[in-house]
Design a protein around this ligand. Sequence first.
Ligand SMILES: Cc1ncc(COP(=O)(O)O)c(C=O)c1O
Length: 398
Amino acid sequence: MSLSEEQAAALSAETVVVAAGRPPRARDEPVNPPLVLSSTYFGTGPLGDGDRGYGRYSNPTWDPFEEALGQLEGAGLPGLLYASGLAAVSSALSLVPAGGVLVMPSHSYAGSLVMATELAEKGFLELRTVDIADTDAVLAQLAPADGHPASMLWLESPTNPMLGVADIRALTAAAHDAGAVVVTDNTFSTPLVQQPLALGSDVVLHSVTKYLSGHSDVVLGALVTSNAGLRAALLHHRTIHGGIAGPFEAWLALRGLRTLALRVERSQASAAVLAERLSTHPRVGSIRFPGLPSDPGHERAKSQMKGFGSVLCIEMAPVVGASGSLSGADAADRMIRALKLWLPATSLGGVESLIERRRRHTAEPVSVPDNLVRLSVGIENVEDLWADLEQALASLGR
Ligand SMILES: Cc1ncc(COP(=O)(O)O)c(C=O)c1O
């Protein structure tokens, strides 16, 4: 590939997203890597196979993205692509030994929580959920005086959708003292905003579906680690359990990655503007966004993130008016229906702004308030986004 580990380390991340994973700089080489759809490879080795063997073991179209992501996370090793973020979660959880203890944020992404809960119900592991922003509570679960120490600490920071911020440095150090492996879901931040390996994590997880691919037209996941032993175990799991990426999706994800820095810069700036304005709107009961100085996670986020991401959550206030009353959840649903530009859809991290009331999903923990609305800010003009929100909020009446 055109960018060595040394070159990548010397460049800024904004350049690495553009320059990493390109074919060699040689006469008539394409500037972009080709899309390879073959499921098998011409065998020349002693056993009839070369290095690639078969399409479930490896694919040349995965390589540039895996290399670029490894360089962006500062791993020194290529990442591993998966069929989805949850396929990556499944592979990461395979590192918990049978009967081992998994400590997980009580407000992790709902799919990760469902998977861990089901594994615990089958007796494969012991699950301890905890408020990840409460460092003392996490420490107590990692190494309880009268219980088994943890085998794995799962971090998600900020959490989806409550936007709780974990003290990644302190928690990874304590987890390592307890003998646990640390996995950090970095989907909300991307490597441009937060680098969990540098903060002490062993494995970084991404739903590539979100910011990394960035156009809401791909479902993919990834893991990254700088530990060769862990990488080999994860690669083996991917090969044997089969959660591999489709080559076309991998190719699209690399294309999306090229604009990551611009997209993140724009959407973070817009999120900060919208958060500020929403925080004083009478129809908004409360707001969660680590970029606001009043947010409980603000100082911690500042110490470990470059920016604050572009997801924010509001809790809608109930409406009490002459023409009738609405609960906060009903006000949220009505406001969302009145929007003309924001798209009422799940997911986040795409160029388009998305909005949803999270508890409409039955898997969402009941501790997520039913009037909580998650906004994923895209790259549209911020004043157009604000005008649409303002008219939808105004439609609820004075
Ligand atoms: C933080 C987080 N992690 C993991 C996932 C799962 O990713 P995927 O939908 O690509 O399987 C999601 C999806 O919303 C997510 O938000």
